[in-house]
Design a protein around this ligand. Structure first.
Ligand SMILES: Nc1ncnc2c1ncn2[C@@H]1O[C@H](COP(=O)(O)OP(=O)(O)OP(=O)(O)O)[C@@H](O)[C@H]1O
Ligand SMILES: [Mg+2]
Length: 372
């Protein structure tokens, strides 16, 4: 049932919840009087210790804290520290005190107080409270939207990593299935064909059949080669068998022969590269994506991969002499390669630096700490 107009008006004038920190009863009374004079609608709680201040701030929705500067056992500086320790988003703080001098007043404002008023002169108390609350609301909504943005960025980062991990597992499983199932069948076909050939080599009256068997042998041989290539693309076993540097060398040679593009590699290893498998895969995939980008976009005729480990870091640079590009962070949602490289580098506690200018080639560097 809707309320009467009077009830609605009473509800719509929200009381300002004021917490006053004051240990002198006369001064507390003086402030209450000043508030009544200001015409504000308020609810006032007075506390005189830091413990009761903390309790009130934690348990109540305080709109504004008003505090004296010099109390018997603490100052407004401690009040501000207590308030900010007790809440994630602090209410604004006004200092109402005896004369404390301009220098200290400025220091208190710097320390986080919103305003400073002299207790014998409270005529602008109402405006000061209004301003402080409005300012705090604006600041808080800004802080909240920044927090929401940071949270959603973190969720996005976790999602990318999760998807990368899923993709890596799927690749590994697919590589294993192809190897075990298809690979086994291919061997059986190869053996069967050579058995048939041996059997009919000298006795088969139909030459066409013999030629067909030869063709099938060649097709099978080619299929085995492409199957091996597909397995290596999905998950190069060299990464597990011979380690990261050998796998990168293999990748660069593969790249050179596949794209007919000159690729050099230089390696300076001062510290031993000891990374768990998941991290090795991360580094490998960064280089793989950077090389794929060179082939897809750069129009280059040379790419150089530098690998060096120094002072506990592994640094990798993939530099091409192609057309370059202007890199813009978050420039769209259609390209995932660079975002993926950045997220992988972050997940390895490292960083990715992209240095590219149109017509001047591109350098992608990843710096990864080798210690946990
Ligand atoms: N080495 C490079 N030389 C020139 N341009 C590049 C190079 N690397 C990246 N780019 C540019 O940056 C863009 C973004 O690259 P990114 O790898 O994120 O996406 P993509 O390769 O287009 O798509 P995918 O999601 O399949 O990787 C590319 O479209 C290309 O314009
Ligand atoms: Mg790409």
């Amino acid at each position: 049932m809707p309320g009467t107009e009077l009830e609605l008006n009473q509800e719509s004038v929200k009381k300002i919840n004021i917490l006053h920190v004051e240990d002198n009863p006369d001064d507390a009374e003086l402030l209450r009087f000043g508030l009544l004079e200001s015409g504000l609608t308020f609810e006032l709680t007075v506390v005189d210790t830091l413990e009761s201040l903390r309790k009130e701030v934690e348990n109540q929705d305080i709109d504004v804290v008003i505090t004296d500067h010099n109390l018997a056992s603490f100052t407004s500086i401690e009040v501000m520290a207590e308030v900010s320790a007790a809440t994630s988003i602090s209410p604004p703080i006004l200092i109402v005190s005896g004369a404390i001098g301009e220098e200290l007043a400025t220091e208190l404002i710097k320390a986080g107080a919103h305003d400073y008023l002299i207790k014998d002169n409270l005529f602008r108390l109402g405006t000061a409270i209004d301003n402080a609350i409005r300012f705090a609301q604006e600041t808080n909504s800004h802080i909240q939207s920044q927090q929401a943005l940071a949270e959603s960025e973190e969720r996005y980062r976790q999602l990318v990593l999760h998807l990368e991990r899923l993709r890596e597992n799927e690749r590994r499983e697919l590589a294993r299935d192809i190897h075990d199932d298809l690979g086994g069948n291919m061997v059986a076909i190869k053996l069967g064909l050579s058995h048939i050939l041996q059997h009919f080599q000298n006795s088969c009256p139909n030459q066409e059949i013999l030629e067909l068997i030869h063709v099938l042998q060649n097709v099978t041989e080619e299929s085995v080669l492409s199957m091996r290539r597909i397995i290596s693309d999905l998950r190069p076993s060299i990464l597990d068998d011979l380690g990261l540097v050998a796998a990168i060398e293999w990748l660069v040679r593969e790249f050179e022969s596949r794209y007919k593009l000159k690729a050099k590699i230089s390696t300076v290893i001062e510290t031993e590269i000891k990374l768990p498998n998941e991290k090795k895969t991360g580094v490998f995939r960064i280089i793989q994506e950077a090389l794929t980008n060179v082939a897809k976009h750069a129009d280059a005729n040379l790419v150089v991969v530098h690998i060096f480990s120094r002072q506990g870091n592994l640094s990798i640079e993939i530099r091409d002499n192609g057309k370059g590009f202007t890199y813009k962070k978050c420039s769209g949602f259609t390209s995932y390669g660079i975002v993926g490289m950045e997220e992988r580098a972050n997940a390895l506690n490292g960083s990715l630096i992209i240095d590219s200018t149109p017509e001047n080639g591109t350098s992608i560097s990843a710096i990864i700490p080798l210690t946990e």
